[in-house]
Design a protein around this ligand. Structure first.
Ligand code: SAM
Length: 311
């Protein structure tokens, strides 16, 4: 159904949502997209409304690999989202190859929770399709997600719904570098900053030692890390498996002093390295997984799920 409506003093053709259920879905989701109710973001709000109306980017279990380019990732779909067969997972083509595998995301959330008992709030700076967000939201009360692409932010919300945690997720559309330059999140309570920045495409493995200053996007590690440390002393990054460790150590010392350390875990799945989990912050260096205090049933169960991720 199409109808003319008055909008900003001009007549525009506006397609109304035809299904009340879709309208309801958008209405209940809208408050979780921070600031989009402001007038200056009306274009983004309309786009978001359309995604909900069209139920965009949903993959149904009966689908075959939707495109040749993602056939390889389609065969690993249960490693990305174990609930994918329920038909509620939403992914853009780009997200098929950039989303964090579920077991890595579960382990990351469990490990952060174990190191920071009492933490309530985490910020995922490049939240993509919510591969990490959904598992953070299982263990933390509040998860902020920042993302440049509105369609990815929408997928994050829909995937959080699929995992029953959408009420804990708060999403901000924008470019992190601009948000950081404006000091966004510096006055918000955040116990830990997590980031899985773009690695620069699938060619990242072609160099022997991945250059963390020139290859990482949208900025080098020094700039990204210093922007995160302004928000929290606890920072976790998911970086390429071939990252230059010498450079990692030098950047850590130049930002945090000559004695500073970065804890690095190799994330492995099915015997294959997926990337490095890099941790900054006393609570992470001092965590002793073998101590009886940390061998509670909950953590043990989570770590068991991810037992092959330790390097
Ligand atoms: C590797 S993906 C993150 C995947 C995510 N952890 C997940 O599991 O779905 C990196 C994301 O960063 C986003 N991105 C790139 N540049 C950005 C920027 N300047 N600000 C915010 N997000 C950005 C990309 O659109 C992409 O979705």
């Amino acid at each position: 159904m199409a109808k003319h409506v008055e909008y900003s003093g001009r007549l525009r053709l506006h397609k109304f949502l035809s299904e009340p259920a879709e309208l309801m879905a958008f209405k209940s989701a809208a408050p979780h997209f921070l600031h989009l109710q402001k007038k200056k973001y009306r274009k983004q709000r309309r786009t978001l409304r359309r995604y909900f109306a069209d139920d965009s980017f949903r993959y149904l279990p009966r689908d075959n690999a939707p495109k040749k380019s993602i056939a390889k990732y389609w065969s690993y779909r249960h490693d990305l989202f174990s609930l994918i067969d329920q038909g509620n997972i939403h992914l853009t083509e780009e997200l098929w190859y950039s989303v964090t595998p579920e077991r890595v995301a579960k382990f990351t959330a469990a490990f952060i929770e174990a190191c920071l008992p009492g933490a309530t709030t985490i910020l995922d700076v490049f939240c993509g399709g919510g591969g990490n967000v959904v598992h953070f939201a299982k263990v933390f009360q509040k998860v902020y997600g920042v993302e440049l692409k509105l369609e990815h932010l929408y997928c994050t919300y829909r995937n959080a719904e699929a995992y029953g945690v959408a009420d804990r997720v708060w999403l901000k559309h924008g470019d992190w570098l601009q948000l950081a330059a404006r000091g966004r999140f510096e006055r918000v309570h955040v116990d830990c900053v997590f980031a899985s920045p773009p690695w620069g495409g699938i060619d990242y493995t072609k160099t022997q030692a991945y250059d963390l200053e020139t290859q990482l996007q949208p900025a080098g590690l020094s700039q990204l890390l210093s922007s995160f440390l302004r928000i929290s002393a606890n920072v976790v990054l998911f970086l390429p498996k071939n990252s230059n460790l010498q450079q990692l150590s030098e950047i850590t010392r130049s930002l945090l002093g000559p004695e500073a350390k970065c804890k690095v875990l190799y994330a492995r799945e099915n015997g294959r390295d997926k990337g490095l989990l890099c941790f900054w912050g006393e609570a992470f260096y001092n965590f002793d997984a073998a101590s009886p205090a940390n061998s509670g049933e909950r953590l043990a169960a989570r770590l068991q799920e991810a037992h092959d991720l330790y390097g």
